[in-house]
Design a protein around this ligand. Sequence first.
Ligand code: 5SP
Ligand code: FE2
Length: 217
Amino acid sequence: MSSLPSGAIIAPSVLAADFANLQRDCEMLNVSQADWFHIDIMDGVFVPNISFGMPVLEAIQRHAKKPLDVHLMIVQPERYLETFKKLGAEIITVHYEACPHLHRTIQQIKDLGCKAGVALNPHTPVNVLEDIIHDIDMVLVMSVNPGFGGQRFIEHTYEKVRKVRQMSDTVMIEIDGGVTSKNAKQLVDAGAKALVAGSFVFSSENPIQTIADLKNI
Ligand SMILES: O=C(CO)[C@@H](O)[C@H](O)COP(=O)(O)O
Ligand SMILES: [Fe+2]
């Protein structure tokens, strides 16, 4: 991806924001050192939880002044790609496990002018990406089972990140789930570039400072 910051990209997950104060939390992210807004879309089918949909994303878009990094935990994501683009998505990530025609789905995302990411569940080996990795902009390595914020980081993630980095020098690697200041540096050292953090940021006393701490690992 072009014009990337030299350090880690910090992408706070809006799933952990206070939805009764969404504008306030978006404005907090705007003034913080956060690079992206991470947007978790869950359909209750691919994952056992429903997060939020288009009206909420439309509200986020009105207040967010940074790129929207949209993580689709839904079946048949190709049905909604155009809508997510219209709602401001700059990066769209679909799950390998949800896309039988992954190459086509990736092309559709790129044809919309978005960056294309592929997410892997914790049990999915990285070698399934062998024939697609050079067509995508980002690999999202799930470091928890998708569906919920606030879960514990799976330690095997470091090994997966190293394997993805061996497959490609250039692909962006994003880590999602249970990221804190305790594991952030080791993840970056293993080859990660973008770190998603939900509860660690929004449950902290001073989210702006917490984001700055992650940024400066
Ligand atoms: O995609 C997901 C969960 O499925 C994540 O983006 C979580 O929202 C991250 O939250 P924390 O684990 O950082 O609390
Ligand atoms: Fe996510």
